[in-house]
Design a protein around this ligand. Structure first.
Ligand SMILES: *[C@@H]1O[C@H](CO)[C@@H](O)[C@H](O)[C@H]1NC(C)=O
Ligand SMILES: [Mn+2]
Length: 597
């Protein structure tokens, strides 16, 4: 999945209500337990001496027991400190060695000419590759969108940094956890990537809990010439590998191959259908699970079978394969129904327990759930095409069907994000279609927000030249321009019935501002200002406008018009009205109360 790391707000009101109610129940349960305990202590009988002595003795015993536990814990911590220290020492030594060997290699190798100085692949990597090696690495990179050349040379069982908070290490889990099926889906993935995912799952999941690993190949092919050999490799070579793995771990690996391309959602369903364990974790094949990832998931789902879990992602860099830690966040989405990271809820922060589950509006894509519960709510929507939106669809269904979604801070998975997606040049038609499907099915009156966010279609045009549209202009910057119409979000223009024109993507959130078309009062250029700030400062953001009419600023009475500049291109100006008229391509009636000005 791709990420947008900005901070948002309004979702479906239903969702917020659901989350609020759940948190309320969660919180009030916690409080009532605490007060119950308090009562118990108060009710202890204060009877005759004997009784008191016995009581004190038993208190003393309890204290001693407590002390013993604390000492054990301290010892354990000491142990883990020691082992960390040893590990650090080993790492330092290996870094020293690496430095030494790099130095000597550098002495041996002449500096190499860079064949691809502009390739993303060689920005931070590959200085010492020969020209032939560079060529090979670049070819693989273009084909896959990540550094296959390097992946093929890294150990499958490489160590990655443990990114958990240290408090996660102190958690203990029941010895009677549910069993786990891991589903890894892929399409035209490099073999070493799949093998590394499998290896990480085998090495970092307790074997008594791991029932099976199911690989789903969504018809790796392919029609494109460079992939023909890959498809062949992914069949014969992977089959051999699976046989080898199963020799070592009988019956552990299964593979299912689609005979035609069915898309991400359907591939996940295929894996889910084949799974047989209590819990199913549906992951991408370009991941490495981190240490201790499975236990928190299994324990939480054992506690509550309706919880759908989103593990925490860290990022594997597509070029160097170095892990970078992502801070904890919840998985949200914007009105395009595209996933994004959201701020942590205050209620969770107030718990002051960094290991506690975080209620989350959505999942990013990968998930773990009780296998039967996922079936009861209808698994994933197989009608979602290619990629995108299926995660939000599932999330809306989970919350609206009595389940909940939680991010578990102690369960971490490293995810390799491609620098470019090889399978489709332009994903937006599928994204748009999927988003509208979700909106129509699940979002009631809020569906209009999704249509608006996808700009179906909402340009504002001047009738003097219908091929150019108002555009928010270069960012950063606050000068709107006229630009050939292209139907993407910088050209979204919304006229609000209270008189504001919003220009640019509609984010509908508290922290990132929508931009309002403003008459600065002097000069002839209009500007874009953050709406709430502009309203507070009393800038001239209100306009009178009717379809096929002039756009007149209510305060200054100047009109928004266009005129040709020196290079005879149209530019936006504010001037005394000359009866130019504008039209918005699409109008909707009142779309409910969700709109946040
Ligand atoms: C990886 O596997 C090799 C070969 O089996 C082994 O020697 C090495 O210790 C392993 N490394 C890690 C980090 O487990
Ligand atoms: Mn992915």
């Amino acid at each position: 999945m791709m990420f947008r790391r900005n901070f948002p707000k309004v979702l479906c009101i239903g969702l917020i209500l659901a989350i609020a109610i759940n948190l309320l129940v969660f919180y009030s349960r916690g409080t009532s337990q605490i007060s119950l305990l308090g009562h118990k202590e108060l009710q202890l009988p204060l009877s005759e001496r004997e009784g008191e002595v016995v009581k004190r003795l038993s208190h003393l015993e309890a204290d001693l027991q407590h002390l013993k536990e604390s000492m054990k814990l301290a010892l354990k911590q000491q142990e883990s400190m020691n082992s960390t220290l040893t590990r650090v020492k080993v790492e330092v030594r290996s870094v020293q060695n690496a430095v030494k060997s790099t130095e000597s290699e550098a002495q041996k190798r002449k500096p190499q000419k860079k064949l691809f100085p502009h390739s993303q692949l060689f920005k931070q990597w590959g200085d010492d590759l020969s020209e032939a090696e560079q060529q090979k690495a670049q070819d693989l990179f273009e084909k896959f969108g990540y550094n296959v050349y390097l992946s093929d040379r890294l150990p499958l069982n490489r160590t990655i940094p443990d990114t958990r908070d240290s408090r996660c290490l102190r958690k203990t889990y029941s010895s009677q956890l549910p069993s786990l099926s891991v589903v890894l889906i892929f399409m035209n993935e490099a073999l070493s990537i799949i093998e590394r995912a499998v290896t990480s799952v085998i090495n970092r999941t307790p074997s008594r809990l791991l029932k099976e690993i199911i690989l789903v190949d969504d018809f790796s092919t392919n029609e494109l010439q460079p992939y023909v050999r890959l498809a062949e490799e992914l069949k014969t070579y992977l089959d051999e590998k699976i046989t080898l793995y199963n020799h070592q771990y009988p019956g552990l690996l299964k593979i299912i191959r689609h005979a035609e391309r069915k898309g991400l959602a359907q591939a996940r369903n295929t894996g889910w259908e084949a799974a047989t364990a209590d819990v199913v974790a549906i992951l991408d094949a370009h991941i490495e699970v981190n240490i201790g990832w499975a236990e928190p998931i299994l324990a939480r789902i054992q506690e509550d079978r309706t919880v759908v879990v989103s593990p925490v992602f860290d990022n594997i860099r597509f070029d160097t394969f170095i892990l970078s830690k992502y801070e904890l966040a919840v998985d949200g989405f914007n009105w395009e129904l595209w996933c994004r990271y959201d701020a942590l809820p205050q209620a969770w922060i107030d718990l002051q327990d960094v290991t506690a589950p975080v209620k989350s509006p959505s999942i990013m894509g990968i998930l773990a759930a009780n296998r039967l519960f996922l079936g009861e709510i209808g698994s994933l929507d197989g009608g979602m095409l290619v990629y995108g939106g299926e995660n939000v669809e599932l999330s809306l269904r989970v919350w609206q069907c009595g389940g909940k979604i939680e991010v578990l801070p102690c369960s971490r998975i490293a995810h390799l994000e491609r620098s470019h997606k090889p399978y489709a040049l332009d994903l937006s038609p599928a994204l748009k279609r999927n988003a509208l499907r979700v909106a129509e099915i699940w979002m009631g009156e809020h569906k209009h927000m999704v249509y608006l966010a996808w700009n179906i279609p909402l340009q504002m045009k001047n009738t003097l030249d219908r091929t150019i549209c108002v555009d928010r202009g270069p960012v950063p910057g606050n000068i709107p321009i006229m630009y050939p119409c292209h139907e993407f979000s910088p050209q979204n223009v919304y006229y609000h019935l209270t008189g504001e024109f919003y220009v640019g993507p509609l984010v509908a959130e508290a922290t990132a501002a929508d931009h309002c078309l403003t008459d600065p009062g002097s000069g002839e250029k209009p500007t874009l200002e953050p709406c709430s700030e502009a309203a507070r400062k009393g800038l001239h953001i209100h306009w009178d406008f009717k379809q096929e009419g002039a756009a007149v600023n209510r305060d200054t009475k100047r009109c928004l018009e266009i005129e040709k500049d020196a290079s005879s291109a149209y530019v936006l100006v504010l001037q005394t009205c000359t009866s130019q008229v504008w039209e918005l391509q699409h109008t909707v009636g009142s779309w409910g109360h969700a709109h946040a000005p």
